[in-house]
Design a protein. Structure first.
Length: 219
């Protein structure tokens, strides 16, 4: 008797696949609507129309506009972190710390300065007074989580004697802002919506690592 494949086990049920696709379409549409209209101006009807699903489907996936917006934030940050996740996880075991930090810093600065993330950051700051919970959600999902993850690796590097950081979390915050502060602040205040040249971003990243190591390498 010929062997039959269990396609449900390998790929999931067709209904499950369609649900995932619909959720992705809603998130993509919501990002577009939030960035063009702001949080207050965003309409769930418009999200449904762009995603080509019913409004009922949107509310089935996301209970209200706030939860949809927080999911858009989390999704955007998760996508940005995909490129650096493995790099960060390997830092604690690095055998060439300067090189590995530069690799991480270059990838990190490219990911975080993507135009849609800068636009989202501007929008969240603009709405922070009226909707502080949205700003808190961004901070928890983005900087706070990233700093905690990086701090774990800095603790390992300190235990190995490659760094001297009595406060690993503060050291992680220092490194992050050394890498990002110049281009992110410039983009935030000048309204820049195009990607930076890689050569410029790499220069910021490399100098950030040099300064960080100057401050945290054991004497």
């Amino acid at each position: 008797m010929p062997t039959t494949l269990n396609t449900t086990r390998q790929t999931g049920s067709p209904d499950g696949g369609r649900t995932v696709q619909k959720r992705r379409a809603i998130l993509d549409a919501a990002r577009e609507v939030f960035l063009s209209s702001g949080y207050r101006g965003a309409s769930m009807d418009e999200v449904a129309a762009i995603a080509q699903v019913s409004k009922v489907t949107v509310y089935k996936q996301f209970s209200d506009k706030r939860s949809l917006f927080i999911s858009v934030i989390t999704s955007a940050i998760d996508e940005a972190e995909q490129g650096t996740h493995l790099l960060v996880d390997r830092l604690g075991q690095s055998t060439d710390l300067a090189k590995d930090l530069r690799t991480f810093a270059r990838q990190h600065i490219v990911e975080v300065t993507q135009p849609h993330l800068i636009q989202m950051r501007r929008m969240i700051i603009a709405e922070a007074g009226r909707f502080p919970e949205l700003a808190r959600a961004w901070h928890r999902s983005g900087p706070e989580r990233a700093h905690a993850t990086l701090a774990k690796q800095i603790k390992q590097l300190t235990a190995r004697g490659l760094l001297q950081a009595s406060d690993a979390l503060l050291a992680a915050q220092h490194l992050n802002y050394l890498i990002l502060s110049v281009p992110v602040n410039e983009a935030m205040f000048t309204g820049r919506d195009k990607p930076y040249p890689r050569s410029r971003l790499y220069r910021y990243a490399d100098e950030a690592v040099r300064v960080f190591l100057a401050g945290y390498t054991p004497i």
